[in-house]
Design a protein around this ligand. Structure first.
Ligand SMILES: Nc1ncnc2c1ncn2[C@@H]1O[C@H](COP(=O)(O)OP(=O)(O)OP(=O)(O)O)[C@@H](O)[C@H]1O
Ligand SMILES: [Mg+2]
Length: 317
């Protein structure tokens, strides 16, 4: 990996180096919470509250992701674009007494862009996003789940930001943890109320790969439900061009690269991207400095092998 990064830096392909170093992290800027605080000021009060709920907030971030970073079907992209438009034109909708959609559910298999889509929404809308660790809220302090959720929602609403409930299906797990099912009922009821009273400019994004675990009453309150499916051939091709876009890597053979794309059907975006980057790394190891500077080739045989291993892994599951 380091060789690749060095190579990319030498050839001024810094973007590509960054992309390889961390596909996610570089695009996320963490919100600065440090700084001087006046005792008794509003900021101080907010920071005090921070302490109580911070353990459940995984990240508070702004994002640089945009729609162009997400590969998806036209219809998914359209739905997301409309959602973004509603929030960009929220005042216009209000003037005409039209309701604003603000609760969105992202579902689909692992590695197909649920988290990415949430980052894209945060990026496009330039809103602060709280990523909530629902798993830890549910499991850590049984009996306090409702209270903790209310606190987080209140805080997010006061800042009109985005609440991202990842692993939304963990709510269903309360059934396993608690002896009495009353707790589950309480939490669902709290959520229903929180959903109903969420201000229109506060956005709720929930992500799950187990939609069937969700309570019907909750599902009914969702304004927009989006399926992020495994990629088809066209989407795989698009993903592959995105991965190598900022480099001067090319495939050693067009026909076999096409074969790789065909073989990748059934794998997630994430797995395909991972196998391709691994293949690039392994190809680079075998190239001389000179070739690296000129026209480095990705060995498609290596990529194909990785794809097949990945698929075998899926079968075992
Ligand atoms: N639709 C997509 N378009 C482009 N890249 C994608 C897409 N889906 C996944 N990726 C790549 O895979 C990485 C992981 O995807 P992501 O975290 O969004 O998956 P997820 O659906 O949230 O999975 P999980 O259910 O495991 O949380 C992304 O950061 C991105 O690099
Ligand atoms: Mg995710």
């Amino acid at each position: 990996m380091n060789e690749l990064i060095d190579y990319a830096k030498q050839t001024k392909k810094v973007n590509f180096a960054i992309q390889l170093q961390s596909i996610l992290k570089d695009a996320i800027r963490h919100h600065q919470t440090s700084g001087l605080t006046q005792v008794g000021s509003l900021k101080h009060q907010i920071r005090e509250q921070d302490k109580e709920v911070n353990e459940f907030i995984l990240e508070k971030l702004t994002s640089d992701y945009r729609m162009k970073d997400l590969v998806a079907s036209e219809s998914v992209k359209n739905e997301l674009e409309y959602f973004i438009k509603e929030h960009k034109k929220i005042n216009f909708l209000r003037e005409h007494n039209l309701p604003v959609s603000n609760k969105i559910l992202l579902h689909g298999p692992s590695g197909c862009g649920k988290t990415l889509a949430a980052y894209v929404l945060a990026g496009e809308l330039e809103k602060m996003m709280y990523v909530i660790d629902l798993g830890s809220i549910v499991s850590s302090k049984l009996g306090e789940t409702s209270k903790n959720l209310s606190k987080i929602f209140r805080r997010a609403a006061s800042e009109s930001c985005i609440i991202f409930l990842d692993e939304f299906d963990s709510l269903g797990k309360i059934r396993d943890y608690s002896q009495d099912h009353g707790e589950m009922k309480r939490v669902v009821n709290t959520l229903l109320q929180l959903f109903d009273y969420l201000p229109q400019d506060t956005i709720l994004i929930a992500a799950t790969n187990q939609k069937d675990m969700l309570d019907d009453a909750i599902l009914r309150r969702i304004d927009l439900s989006i399926d992020l499916e495994l990629p088809n051939k066209k989407q795989i091709t698009e993903l592959v061009s995105k991965v190598i876009a900022n480099s001067n890597f090319t495939f050693d053979n067009k026909t076999t690269s096409q074969k790789c794309i065909n073989e990748s059907l059934g794998l997630s975006f994430y797995s395909i991207q991972k196998t391709l980057i691994t293949a690039i790394k392994r190809s680079v190891f075998e190239l001389s400095e000179n070739v690296l500077k000129l026209q480095p080739k990705i060995q498609t045989s290596k990529w194909l092998e990785l794809i097949q291993t990945e698929k075998k892994g899926l079968l075992k599951k």
